[in-house]
Design a protein around this ligand. Structure first.
Ligand code: SF4
Length: 408
């Protein structure tokens, strides 16, 4: 859009522009609800004519998935575009004229010291409950040279922290190079001067390229952090979920990760209420979460997504009430674990990057915390600090999900 002469602002809180493009997520019930609520709120703003909003467009996964149904439901939206249909919006704005914009340069919408580097798109795994492969298609890796160039470009723009992301990091390279290439990619990214932190999101346990663990252990600038979605623990549920792994293999992998990268912070995501999950499965899941003591854990309640294997083959046989009860119980366990793990950090000196200032507080993160989703370090009474700079901070107090500290 900038190439086409538009001035673009990223403002999810209070958009003021006359043209608004909402990017949506659509892979589970909660994400769809949040996307729809955002669209409805802005449709109302447009209808009320009390704001400058003249044209409203929606793109992204929700739009890709429900392109046929949504236009009738929310007629205030002027156009619905698919996840990758960037040019469609420009053509619409320019009344069908193709401006021939070819060279799409990134616009960094995060604070300038960190950025996301998407290394592949799509997923071939076909977990029973997941609509992502239906929305984004099969796994396609981006060429390594292109990623290195992009990482260097980001570094030149002031980025010091790269958050490497993909729906399935573990498969990087298999389509393009016919072999696992994630370890080599991370090794090369670690060699880029000026990149202080590299963080890895969304590994898949089956076929996890374990050479990566040596790369993580070897390089100081590869965060000792891994986001690996495990979803469940019982072999019965892992099979139903089509995760291609059993309990023993999964537990052994976690053990090896922790042995080969000492001190690693593991983040995982779990699902409760998937069809067929018995009380025994759930009790075992709770026991396992207590035993595993993940540093970070998120959980979802299963939602029936049309077109998925689970939707086609299993009845959604667990009530919403039970799903929500299981979700709260699991999160309460994790809350206690998190509080204990955070308390262990009191008195330690940790490297912290400063993300922003709120009133008198400087807000930062350690290498064990990803932006937006993990814990923060709140620094009071400090001298003037620089956003995007790294400081050694002594931790003075811990809460369940946040730390307090002072710059040394
Ligand atoms: S690996 Fe992740 S993105 Fe792929 S199907 Fe499974 S849950 Fe969905």
């Amino acid at each position: 859009m900038e190439d086409a002469g538009y001035v673009c602002h990223f403002d999810p809180e209070q958009p003021k522009a006359p043209i608004l493009v909402i990017n949506t997520c659509g892979f589970i019930g909660d994400a769809k609800e949040e996307s729809i609520n955002t669209i409805l709120a802005n449709a109302l703003r447009k209808k009320a004519k009390t704001h400058r909003l003249e044209r409203l467009y929606v793109m992204g996964c929700l739009s890709e998935r429900y392109k046929k149904e949504l236009p009738d439901e929310i007629p205030e939206v002027d156009g619905w575009f698919g996840k990758f249909d960037y040019m469609g919006i420009i053509e619409e704005l320019e009344n069908g004229e193709d401006l021939g914009c070819q060279s799409i340069e990134r616009h960094i919408t995060t604070p300038s010291h960190y950025a996301y580097l998407k290394i592949s798109e799509g997923c071939n795994r076909m977990c029973s409950y997941c609509a992502i492969p239906l929305i984004t298609g099969r796994h396609v890796s981006r060429p390594m040279e292109e990623l290195i160039r992009e990482a260097e470009w980001l570094r030149d723009q002031g980025v010091k922290e790269l958050n490497v992301i993909a729906q399935d990091l573990s498969s990087y390279g298999l389509d393009l190079y016919k072999e696992h290439k994630l370890p080599e990619l991370v090794e090369r990214l670690a060699g880029i001067e000026g990149i202080r932190w590299i963080r890895l999101h969304y590994a898949y346990p089956t076929d996890f390229p374990e050479e990566l663990l040596d790369v993580m252990a070897r390089h100081d600038n590869v965060c000792k952090y891994l986001d690996i979605a495990l979803q469940h623990c019982t072999t019965h549920m892992l099979k139903k979920m089509r995760r291609h792994i059993n309990r023993e293999e999964q537990d052994a992998l976690i053990k090896r990760i922790r042995e080969r990268v000492p001190g690693i912070c593991l983040r995982t995501t779990l699902m409760v209420g998937h069809p067929g999950e018995t009380e025994e499965d759930f009790e075992e899941l709770k026991h396992w979460v207590r035993e595993m003591r993940f540093d970070r854990m998120g959980a979802f309640a299963y939602s029936d997504e049309e077109g998925t294997y689970a939707s086609r083959h299993y009845p959604d046989d667990i009530s919403d009430e039970v799903k929500q009860r299981r979700l709260s119980e699991l999160m309460a366990i994790q809350q206690d674990i998190s509080a204990e793990l955070m308390a262990e950090k009191v008195g330690k000196k940790l490297e912290v990057v400063i993300d922003r200032k709120e009133d008198d507080l400087w807000i930062g993160r350690t290498e064990f915390d990803s932006p937006e989703v993990d814990c923060e370090v709140l620094i009071e009474d400090a001298k003037e600090l620089q956003i995007g700079e790294f400081y050694t901070v002594i931790i003075t107090k811990a809460e369940e999900f946040d730390l307090h500290g002072k710059v040394c």
